[in-house]
Ligand binder design. Structure first.
Ligand code: ZN
Length: 158
């Protein structure tokens, strides 16, 4: 278990396409454990592997109900709409308004490569969309409406 360095905006790893995970090796398991530690250390609600410099399709999210590991995630359905502020651990101190679906259904594999589906609303839906975007090199600032704002309160990784 270790805290990894979070890559910040301007680092080219944040703009790359991530590769599918074929098998959870010991190294991948360590990566996932480190990602969870790093997310908690930074007070984030989500973290994607490219944010720690690894080009793998892995995301961890915790919106308050415990950590969820997503390997090779895909969004199956999205509907509704929410409009609110969003931040990212790779853009510390910043936030912006981003429109997202209010309800998302996604599928992924867990740390034992068992398939699962998950549905989320509000913050979980937002976090799933935000983190999955990272796997394709997309950042919330690509989707923001209006200006990039200073985040003067508690940082949120959504
Ligand atoms: Zn982010």
């Amino acid at each position: 278990m270790a805290i990894r360095k979070i890559r910040e905006f301007g680092d080219s790893v944040l703009r790359k396409q991530c590769k599918e995970v074929k098998e959870v090796t010991g190294r991948v398991r360590t990566l996932i454990e480190d990602m969870i530690d790093t997310m908690y250390e930074a007070n984030g609600v989500g973290l994607a592997a490219p944010q720690v410099g690894v080009m793998k399709r892995i995301v961890v999210i915790d919106v308050g109900d415990g950590p969820i590991v997503f390997i090779n995630p895909k969004i199956l359905e999205k509907d509704g709409e929410q409009f609110g502020t969003e931040g990212c651990l790779s853009l510390p101190g910043k936030m912006a308004y981003v429109r997202r679906p209010n309800h998302v259904k996604a599928c992924a594999y867990d740390i034992d490569m068992n398939y699962f589906e998950i549905e989320g609303e509000e913050l979980l839906a937002r976090a799933i969309c935000h983190e999955l975007d990272h796997l394709d090199g997309v950042l919330y600032i690509d989707r923001m409406e209006g200006e990039l704002l200073d985040n003067t309160y508690v940082p949120e990784e959504e």
